[in-house]
Design a protein around this ligand. Structure first.
Ligand SMILES: [Ca+2]
Length: 188
């Protein structure tokens, strides 16, 4: 599905938590801070194709993700800021949820990203002990009803310094990420 027969410029709006602009000497204002608040990612994470409205291949997860009561064993990481189930999402125009056609997906920042112009989209699933400890600590902190949450795996998708369709190598960029984690047992 696409956003329409013709594509207009749909720039990513400014965002305090990640947007950055380059100074004349090429340094980026804002990004040094914004990257520090992201979960860690590395250059050797898998990258999605650097094409407008592109997507990862179907990614098999170590554990199923239960999303609104439905179990999913695979996901797609879509360049336009969406994690989807069952099918990739090339739609570049965001809509309000729930969607009329019933699709369910996670949209950390649904917008017309163009990583073919600038930026990368990374993903990985990890069971790194330090990362699992961080995830468990954060979930326990921010979800008070999950005080015993113990992560066994985490999936991290990161949009790094991506710009927007119609942009250029010097237009504003943004960093954002999405994390979901698996626990074998949750004691409420
Ligand atoms: Ca796009």
């Amino acid at each position: 599905m696409t956003g329409g027969p013709s594509k207009s410029n749909f720039p990513i709006p400014p965002c305090d938590m990640g947007a950055g602009r380059e100074t004349r000497d090429g340094r980026e204002q804002g990004n040094a801070h914004s990257k520090t608040i992201l979960y860690p990612y590395w250059q050797n994470d898998t990258k999605t194709p650097k094409v407008d409205d592109g997507s990862s291949p179907e990614i098999k997860l170590s554990f199923p993700i239960i999303f609104f009561g439905t179990s999913h064993k695979t996901v797609f990481v879509n360049n336009n800021g969406v994690i989807s189930f069952n099918a990739l999402v090339s739609q570049f125009t965001p809509e309000s949820f729930p969607l009329n056609d019933g699709r369910a997906f996670i949209a950390p920042f649904w917008a017309d990203v163009h990583n073919g112009i600038r930026g990368e989209v990374y993903y990985r699933e990890s069971s790194d002990p330090a990362l699992l400890r961080k995830v468990s600590r954060d979930i326990r902190k921010y979800f008070k009803n999950l005080s015993s949450f113990t992560a066994v795996s985490v999936f991290v998708a990161t949009w790094e310094e991506v710009t927007f369709y119609g942009g250029s190598s010097t237009t504003p960029i943004i960093n954002f990420s999405m994390i979901f984690s698996f626990a074998l047992q949750i004691n409420l």
